[in-house]
Design a protein around this ligand. Structure first.
Ligand SMILES: [Zn+2]
Length: 63
């Protein structure tokens, strides 16, 4: 699934998993990442609410 390895999974929306992970700067971040093959979408936030909103807003082009 690419960039992020989840430390803890919090939530799933369709193909998207929200959880805690190490961010790009090595900090702990809330990450929403799409697990669909050929998608590769992911974002990181400092707040779980941001990652949650992004997960719900993700329009996956892979079905
Ligand atoms: Zn996707």
């Amino acid at each position: 699934m690419g960039l992020y390895r989840f430390l803890r999974e919090l939530h799933r929306v369709g193909h998207v998993t929200v959880g805690t992970s190490h961010g790009k700067r090595g900090q702990i971040a809330y990450v929403a990442a799409c697990t669909a093959e050929d998608c590769g979408w992911s974002v990181e936030y400092e707040e779980s609410s941001g990652a949650m909103a992004a997960a719900h807003g993700h329009r996956c082009r892979v079905r």
